[in-house]
Structures are given as structure tokens and as C-alpha cells.
Design a protein around this ligand. Structure first.
Ligand code: SF4
Length: 329
């Protein structure tokens, strides 16, 4: 049976944090290792420009850093196709053609459009590129005729928009594109050290590359159960972000013991955090070793990216030939 193709991308925000790892990357690795999917994962560097158009100095370096992290957590370039969006110029051509048939009202009603504009109020996002980024996403997905798109709940409206654009194209020019399905995964909600969403821009993230003292200090400064002021107060692990991390990094027996000791005031937060730092550090060790390897073998990294680009380009060329014929252009 042929494998089902899936596609997903990430903006090159530089080194990745644990929120990225557990919110998306681990799911990507699981889909890759599932055996039933042909996985395409790309660095969405044009998408980065939709909000960071005036801040492009580190884009190339960030792209490399991100691919290093992808490889280090288990994405295998012999199994998955890893590529860079801006290296496949066909995406720009399909984006142009799709933008011709996408009603403005579909973009204006996109719920994340308004949300992101208010969230990123310090940036001027009243640009054509920012309004139109879901069309670029549609081009990315449809280019590879993806069966599915692994996404979080907040990305569902974008996949829906891609589905509408695919249907409209097929209606106008003939059945070229399969209508892609969103593939939702259960992901743990890991907050940053200050209790807000983990994000590079909030300066509250724990990075895959954090180790030793940096990791210990970050964990030590994490918010805990706000009602637990002293060690003698009983705690509520279900209200504590440190405990959420333990649920990922500690053994079943340890998780149970921590929950019990926290409620019974038998363990203090300092000790609980110290144990967590140890567990994370253990789990990150092989990842950090692979990061180190690729940082010292940048030519090999560039070959991996070039190979992925070539594989993606081959498919993109075939799709664009079909698209041009259908549009008669
Ligand atoms: S003991 Fe651990 S789980 Fe309990 S409140 Fe402190 S840090 Fe959180």
C-alpha cells in the first residue's frame, strides 16, 4: 500500500525549546516512524518574513540551527524530506495563482489574523503579505498534494482555508488537488518558566540546548503552585507547571511519589525542581550530543538540506506543470 503524504512546516525562529519539542516535533518524529506516512517537513522562511520582514539578519543561521535541532531529536533525512521553502521557487508561483482565486473575505475572517495583530502590536502587520499568509500556506500544502497536515487546534482554521482554496481551484480548473485533512495530535501543554505560553519572544523558554547551570537556573526560577508559600504548606501538583514537566520527564513511580509528597508537604519545591533539572538533563544528553556533532559538521548539514530541497523540487515541478496546464497559462 502506498504511503500517505503529510506536510508540515515551522518558521525559522532559531534554536528550539521544549514547547516546540513536545508541541510538534515529537509528533513529527512519531509520524515519520509510524511507517505509514511519507513525511515532508519544511523551514517556512518566507512565512517568517510575514511578521519579521524588518529583522532578517539571522534568517540563514536560524534555518541551519532549526535543521540541526530537527535532526538531533530524531528526524531522519533518509526517511523524511527536510527542505527550505524559499529554495523551492514553485511555492511562490503557486501562491500567486492561488491568490487570484482567494476571496479577500476568506482572509479577513481568518480568526488568527486579528489575534496575531493584537498579540504582535509592536509590529506593523498591516501588510499584504501578512493578510495573505494563509494563501502561502495553502500553496505549501497543495504543492505536495498532501493527504494530511499535522497541526495544533489553533492551526485548524488555516487548514480549513487551504481546503476551501483547493476546492475552489478544482472547481475552476479541474480536479488537481486532493483536499487535505488536519491531523490533530494530543500534546501536553508546557508553559514557560514564568507561567505564560513558552515562547522565544517572552524570554521564558527552556531550550533543547540549555544544559548544566543554565538549565538548573531556569528550572529553579519556574513558577509553582501559587498557594504554596512554605515547604510546610501542602501543594497542588495539578496546578503546578513543574509537575507537568515531571509528567513528561520522570518515571511513573516518581510522578506518583512527587504528587503524594507535594500534597503531604513532604518535599519542598527546591528539591522537586532539582530532581526535574536532573531528569531533563539526562533526556537531553543524546540530543545535545547530536547538536554538537552537526555544529561541527556544517558541510554535512548543508548536503542534507540540499538533498531534501532537490527531492521537494522534483515534486513541485511536476505539480506546477499540471497546474499551469489546468490554468492554461
Ligand atoms: S513540590 Fe513540586 S509539584 Fe509541588 S508545588 Fe512544588 S514544584 Fe510544584
Amino acid at each position: 500500500m502506498s504511503k500517505r503524504r503529510i506536510l508540515s512546516g515551522m518558521r525559522p525562529t532559531g534554536k528550539l525549546h521544549l514547547g516546540n519539542l513536545h508541541g510538534a516535533l515529537q509528533n513529527w518524529v512519531a509520524l515519520q516512524n509510524n511507517g505509514g506516512y511519507e513525511c515532508f517537513y519544511f523551514i517556512a522562511d518566507w512565512h517568517a518574513l510575514t511578521s519579521e520582514y524588518n529583522n532578517t539578519g539571522s534568517l540563514k543561521e536560524d534555518t541551519r540551527d532549526m535543521v540541526i535541532d530537527w535532526l538531533s531529536v530524531g528526524l531522519d533525512p533518509h526517511v523524511s524530506t527536510l527542505f527550505v521553502q524559499s529554495s523551492i521557487k514553485e511555492h511562490a508561483e503557486l501562491y500567486t495563482l492561488l491568490s487570484m482565486i482567494t476571496p479577500l473575505s476568506w482572509l479577513e475572517r481568518n480568526p488568527t489574523y486579528k489575534e496575531m495583530r493584537s498579540e504582535l502590536a509592536d509590529k506593523d502587520l498591516s501588510t499584504f503579505g501578512f493578510l495573505g499568509y494563509p494563501v502561502l500556506q495553502a500553496a505549501d500544502i497543495l504543492m505536495y498534494k498532501a493527504y494530511g497536515v499535522p497541526v495544533g487546534v489553533d492551526q485548524l482554521p488555516h487548514v480549513e482555508l487551504t481546503r476551501e482554496i483547493a476546492r475552489r481551484f478544482n472547481y475552476l480548473y479541474g480536479e488537481i488537488f486532493p483536499v487535505p485533512e488536519p491531523l490533530l495530535a494530543e500534546v501536553p501543554k508546557l508553559l514557560g518558566i514564568d507561567g505564560r505560553k513558552m515562547s522565544k519572544s517572552y524570554d521564558n523558554a527552556i531550550y533543547l540546548s540549555d544544559g548544566g547551570k543554565v538549565l538548573e537556573q531556569k528550572i529553579a526560577s519556574m513558577f509553582t503552585d501559587p498557594q504554596r508559600m512554605r515547604k510546610s504548606d501542602s501543594g497542588r501538583p495539578e496546578r503546578c507547571n513543574v509537575f507537568t514537566f515531571h509528567q513528561i520527564y520522570s518515571s511513573e513511580a516518581d510522578i506518583e511519589a512527587i504528587a503524594q509528597d507535594c500534597r503531604g508537604a513532604a518535599v519542598g519545591c527546591v528539591e522537586c525542581k532539582r530532581r526535574l533539572a536532573g531528569r531533563i538533563s539526562e533526556r537531553m544528553k543524546p540530543i545535545n550530543e547530536r547538536q554538537e556533532y552537526y555544529r561541527n559538521h556544517l558541510a554535512e548539514l548543508d548536503d542534507i538540506i540540499a538533498d531534501g530541497n532537490e527531492r521537494a523540487r522534483t515534486i513541485a515541478r511536476l505539480t506546477m506543470k499540471e497546474v499551469r496546464d489546468a490554468v492554461r497559462i
